[in-house]
Ligand binder design. Sequence first.
Ligand code: HBI
Length: 99
Amino acid sequence: MAVTTLTTEQREQILKPLLSSGWEMVENRDAIIKKYSFKDFNEAFGFMTRVALKADKADHHPEWFNVYNRVEVTLSTHDCQGLSTNDIQLATFCDEAAK
Ligand code: HBI
């Protein structure tokens, strides 16, 4: 099934809560970013491993950047060039995986 960008209503109901919990809109792009900070590289890479396995299972992949204990995760759906429910699901999983 073709993936579509979030509706105005979905942005209000399911995107807004993420934007209140550390996710931010990326400038000039329909995408969200969150900057996670962990105790050390081991914790950061553990997080990345959990997210990577989930992402590949869901066939929905993050754009990310890691230096030592920091991981910046950007989510957007390339197939529709914007935010879809796939991004909401993966963002929610990232927050769980970072706990
Ligand atoms: N990951 N973030 C993101 N967005 C996509 O549209 C996407 C993806 N991973 C795989 C995927 N699409 C596949 O459906 C094909 O487009 C390769």
